[in-house]
Design a protein around this ligand. Structure first.
Ligand code: AMP
Length: 189
């Protein structure tokens, strides 16, 4: 099974691309952000807890995020592959993920880092806020906070996987179709 981390700051296009990889190539997208939004939609305890962090642009605590990810991953053990979208977002999550893979005889095949300029990210997120109604995209302050959290807490995950020789960087500034073509080539599906 191919386990791929689709990595990049908020607005880099991870979700859009992961969805198309799922639709066209049968890889399963696991998005922790989508999972939290689903929980919130159902007003579960986890959803309400997550919302208190999401609305401020902060990360949901590792422990609950890792547990939720593991539960979801276990539903897809027969898949051709999974695209992890928005996870891991801290080095602690990456360490937990590697352990989780090891106990299952699996491993992370690669981390694909989608690289987009910061101002482009802000513009994309503001636009998405208008289109999707996502509260955390509608407020520039929350957007900038998320980008800061990405730099401080998430970016070190890149170094963690670089040490394992698993990082592939791709330019995320082109059109959705161009980036998708590059991804398909990189993933090898
Ligand atoms: P996303 O849809 O990936 O942009 O995630 C939206 C929000 O959900 C983030 O700003 C975080 O508050 C929360 N979130 C999503 N994934 C994670 C994660 N792996 N760790 C902690 N918080 C997360």
């Amino acid at each position: 099974m191919k386990n791929i981390i689709l990595f990049g700051p908020p607005g880099s296009g991870k979700g859009t691309q992961a969805k198309t990889l799922e639709q066209q190539h049968g890889l399963i997208q696991i998005s922790t952000g989508d999972l939290f939004r689903y929980e919130l939609g159902n007003q579960t305890e986890l959803g309400v807890l997550a919302q208190s962090y999401m609305s401020k642009g902060k990360l949901v605590p590792d422990e609950v995020t890792i547990k939720m990810l593991e539960r979801k991953y276990n539903e897809h053990t027969a898949a051709v592959g999974v695209i992890l979208d928005g996870f891991p977002r801290t080095v602690a999550q990456a360490v937990a993920l590697d352990k989780m893979m090891e106990t299952r005889g699996e491993e992370i095949a690669m981390l694909i880092s989608m690289e987009v300029d910061e101002e482009e990210l802000v513009q994309r997120l503001l636009l998405r806020g208008i289109d999707s109604g996502r509260a955390d995209d509608a407020n520039e302050g929350v957007i900038r906070k998320r980008l800061q959290v990405y730099q401080d807490e998430t970016h070190p995950v890149l170094d963690y996987y670089a040490e394992q020789g698993k990082v592939i960087r791709i330019n995320g500034m082109g059109s959705v179709d161009k980036v998708f073509a590059k991804l398909v080539e990189t993933v090898g599906v």
